[in-house]
Design a protein around this ligand. Structure first.
Ligand SMILES: *Cc1c(COP(=O)(O)O)cnc(C)c1O
Length: 481
């Protein structure tokens, strides 16, 4: 593709752009169970108005845009109040959970290094259920991860097992409130106690739960403390673009004290340009996401969020009960919030995902890992609530149809061979052959049904899966010329 010789007229640009969306999931229909946290048109309108108002403002320099400094301070303030944080707690607005986690882990690393300069490679004790963003942070920041297997029944991290992974090099213990994959709460007090006892740090990933769980508690659910009221918790990640319904690009990294926070700040005056001070990863950044988050928080308000939480809570109960009535499916762990994972011993969950897609739903497949089975992930959001009964009917029907479908043709043919090879010995040709086998050859569109590919990925060792995925996105993202 080339730049058009002359600019197109505005109408044409938007007609084109709109036409590009025809294969996207239609999240407004309430049939998408992930990726979008939609609480209706009014909130969407407020989001967009505020976003547009601040779209061009640049949060790079708080002295030029005092409005954005004030907005950030007020957002952090509202969240610290919401979480009953102690005086002295601080926070930074980021673009998402991943950036919040990256920032908190970086601050922790640098605070730890300042006290322990002799430790070359600090370690992070990481439950298997913790979000992939921690693996990414460890990879970017050159830290070692000590993975803690989670109990196959509860999917929560056993504190005794976590403690056994602590070494003199450990800087951080991670816990989730709740975990993404199955919506399970870790025993946060016990995990944070390990950190407190060793004089190290504890990060609670409350990207999902940080905003919503206080409402569930208020509505009578038993939600154990998970924030700074737990001794030993030193940082938290809380996404606003999930259950606070902010526009995407909105999350917070929260710190028990501003000293820890300052280890995340980067300032530079050893170049020829402007003096640069960044508290987060981005430098130039649009004021849009921040203004939109602020506007939605102000617009919905405490009572509004409580009302949405009540609807979610009822729908989550109905969903849990409904899944319990499908004998082939088994809900994993004891999910306390609005995230669920279900596995099956008798039917391929990947076929179930494909069958759901045929019926207009998006549900997310999760690959098996070690002794954990493959599962279907569901993130319930407000726009799904009215559709729960239909969802459950279609889920039961999808399970029945999936039972009749043959399983894993590609795996049966190639799995054993692939398991025998060393991923490091694979070259690009080998990968394109593999992708071809899975029906993902170069230039090929994504197949309508993904079960075969997911079965193949499931059968591969993790390292090979990861290599294959890298090659695969490399094929997807090629310049259109
Ligand atoms: C979504 C999520 C993240 C990552 O957040 P992004 O906004 O996708 O970068 C991290 N942890 C948990 C528990 C999450 O749900």
């Amino acid at each position: 593709m080339k730049l058009p010789e002359r600019g197109l007229d505005e109408g044409e640009v938007f007609r084109e752009l709109d036409s590009y969306r025809e294969n996207d999931t239609n999240w407004r229909a309430g049939k998408t169970w992930g990726y979008v946290f939609d609480a209706g048109r009014d909130i969407e309108r407020v989001q967009k108005r505020a976003y547009e108002l601040f779209l061009s403002e640049n949060a790079l320099d708080p002295t030029v845009y005092p409005s954005l400094c004030r907005i950030e301070n007020e957002i952090v303030g509202m969240l610290l109040e919401h979480l009953d944080a102690p005086v002295g707690a601080a926070g930074t607005f980021t673009s998402g959970g991943t950036e919040s986690i990256l920032l908190a882990v970086k601050a922790t690393r640098d605070a730890f290094r300042a006290a322990h300069p002799e430790i070359e490679k600090p370690e992070v004790v990481l439950p298997e259920s913790a979000h992939a963003a921690f693996h990414k942070a460890a990879h970017y920041l050159d830290l070692k991860t000590a993975l803690v297997p989670v109990d196959p029944t509860t999917l929560a991290c056993d504190p005794a097992l976590a403690r056994s992974r602590v070494t003199p090099n450990t800087m951080l213990v991670v816990a989730s409130a709740p975990s993404y994959s199955a919506g399970v709460m870790d025993p946060i007090a016990a995990l944070a106690a390990i950190a407190l006892e060793r004089g190290i740090y504890c990060h609670v990933d409350a990207c999902m739960g940080g905003f919503l769980l206080p409402y569930f508690r208020r509505l009578g659910r038993e939600i154990p403390p998970f924030a700074f009221d737990v001794p030993g918790v030193t940082s938290l990640s809380v996404d606003l673009h999930k259950y606070a319904y902010a526009a995407k690009g909105a999350s917070l990294a929260l710190f028990r004290d501003s000293t820890l926070k300052s280890h995340a700040t980067f300032s530079c005056s050893s170049w020829l340009g402007y003096t640069m001070v960044n508290q987060a990863v981005q430098s130039t950044k649009s004021g849009g996401p921040m203004a939109a988050a602020w506007a939605v928080l102000r617009f919905v308000g405490d009572a509004g969020y409580e009302k949405i939480a009540r609807d979610l809570l009822e729908a989550a109960d109905a969903l849990r009960a409904g899944i319990g009535n499908i004998p082939e499916l088994r809900l994993l762990g004891d999910p306390r919030m609005t995230l669920f994972a279900c596995a099956s011993e008798s039917v391929s969950v990947f076929h179930v995902c494909d069958e759901m897609k045929q019926r207009g739903w998006y549900v997310q497949p999760q690959l098996p890992l070690g002794e954990h089975p493959a599962s279907i992930h569901l993130s319930l959001n407000p726009s799904n609530v009215p559709h729960v009964p239909q969802f459950l009917r279609d889920l039961a029907e999808s399970v029945a149809c999936a039972k009749e479908l043959p399983r894993g043709k590609t795996v049966q043919e190639f799995g054993p061979m692939l398991n025998a090879v060393d991923p490091d010995s694979f070259g690009p040709e080998m990968f394109s052959m593999l992708l071809g086998m899975a029906g993902l050859g170069s230039g090929a569109a994504l197949p309508e049904r993904m079960a075969d590919i997911n079965e193949l990925l499931s059968a591969l060792p993790v390292k090979l899966r990861e290599r294959l995925l890298t090659e695969f996105v490399g094929l997807l993202f090629r310049p259109a010329r």
